[in-house]
Design a protein. Structure first.
Length: 94
């Protein structure tokens, strides 16, 4: 996996749980052990793809897009489980 991809994924993980307080570039750089330049660049890439948002106070947070992805996954998971349950019910009847 490319370094930039790995850094971006680590940033997403680092921003987890900081939706309401956000995180500064400095805080994220220190937490991940990366330069502020790379952190800023990676955050800009995440923002361009809709995964991170820069708040008015300059701090960063995950965007609603990630929540939408998670909700979509949950919906699909529930549909598949319901279908599996339905098939299991048919099989056990006979």
């Amino acid at each position: 996996m490319a370094n930039v991809t790995r850094r971006a994924l680590k940033l997403i993980k680092a921003l987890q749980g900081k939706t309401f307080v956000g995180a500064s570039v400095t805080e994220l750089s220190q937490e991940l052990g990366t330069s502020m330049v790379n952190t800023s660049r990676d955050l800009a890439d995440l923002q361009a793809e809709g995964f991170a948002t820069r708040r008015e106070d300059g701090r960063w947070q995950l965007s609603i897009s990630l929540l939408q992805i998670a909700m979509s996954y949950q919906d699909e998971y529930q549909r598949i489980n319901a279908r599996i349950h339905e098939i299991n019910q048919r099989v056990t009847r006979y």
